[in-house]
Design a protein around this ligand. Structure first.
Ligand code: DGY
Length: 320
């Protein structure tokens, strides 16, 4: 008998076809709407595998309903939406999709850094609104990127890929990580810095660490107050790592210069969110990995992880 799986969002046909070769597949067939919790609660009772996205909270009460559940495959590298400890306790494998999205997410991170530094969104809006009356010396001036100091919080794969891009801009690169990465320091010509030094010395600070209990509000009022008044903060990791209220005040009072934000504590973010009222914020709807190729690779990798787990193998990207 084929194992049964539930997929929480419409996936590309090629992925569904692959899964159907091995499994009995049921899928929430909508692209732009997450599966309602009550449907997920019902569906999980009857499946061996769950293919989910970061939009679903796979918490203990939900896992408790999955009495025959063996594998949860998340189509994301981050898995803070899953209670991994609860899954482990129940013998459920959890997998993610690292690697395939590294370069695409590093591209977006650097693009967001540049867009914020050079005020691209504000400048485009200015032009479209008909406000462009003449060229003028101080009009829409931003911050230089070339030769500036970049501070990276979290030197995983994406952090290293970002450092490679920054080297092309002759940036001085500092990083802070749980552990030092001596090989990367040598290969990428980057320097380890303690948290305070990184905050004080960087012109651009990129947040690329995983979201855990330890990193919740890792950047708060105290950290923001150490940053340069000309600094730009970029977050393409998870919203909860930066205290949004503190960030709002720091930006509003011009304690720091700007922020590029791809991720929010609550997603989708409300259009009434105070951060969106600020001209020195470039805000994006969590599109770090959103290239056509990469999203396809992620969805296929999540499928392979799920199949490996269901077929009794150790999935390539197991996290527990
Ligand atoms: C992830 O994979 O964790 C990103 O946030 C979405 O690609």
């Amino acid at each position: 008998m084929k194992p049964k799986i539930y997929i929480t969002r419409k996936l590309p046909d090629i992925v569904v076809t692959r899964l159907t070769e091995v499994c009995e597949v049921k899928m929430w067939d909508k692209e732009e709407e997450p599966v309602p919790r009550e449907i997920l609660e019902k569906e999980i009772q009857d499946v061996d595998g769950l293919y989910c996205l970061l939009t679903e909270s796979i918490d203990k009460p939900l896992l408790n309903r999955g009495t025959r559940l063996k594998v949860v495959s998340n189509m994301a590298v981050g898995y803070n939406n899953i209670d991994v400890a609860a899954a482990t306790e129940k013998g459920i494998l959890v997998t993610n999709t690292p690697g395939v999205l590294t370069e695409t997410t590093a591209d977006l991170t650097f693009a967001l850094l540049m867009a914020t530094a050079r005020r691209l969104v504000e400048a485009s809006d200015y032009l479209r609104a008909g406000d462009w009356k003449t060229w003028s010396p101080m009009q829409l001036t931003g911050q230089d990127i070339y030769g500036a100091t970049l501070g990276i919080f979290g030197l995983g794969r994406i952090g290293e890929a970002l450092a490679k891009r920054a080297r092309g801009f002759d940036m001085k690169i500092l990083y802070h990580n749980r552990s030092r990465k001596l090989e990367a320091e040598e290969q990428l010509d980057i320097q380890y810095a303690d948290k305070e030094r990184l905050l004080r010395e960087s012109d651009f600070i990129c947040v690329l660490m995983p979201f855990t209990h330890e990193t919740k509000n890792y950047i708060g009022a105290a950290e923001l107050s150490l940053m340069k008044q000309t600094a730009v903060l970029v977050n393409t990791a998870r919203g909860g790592i930066v205290d949004e209220e503190a960030l709002y005040h720091a930006l509003k009072n011009r304690e720091i210069w700007g922020a590029g934000i791809d991720v929010f504590e609550e997603e989708p973010v409300s259009t009434e969110h105070p951060l969106l009222s600020l001209p020195n914020v470039v805000a994006l709807p969590h599109i770090g990995s959103a290239s056509k190729n990469t999203r396809l690779k992620m969805s296929l990798l999540a499928a392979e992880n799920l199949l490996q787990g269901l077929q009794g193998e150790t999935p390539k990207n197991i996290v527990n």
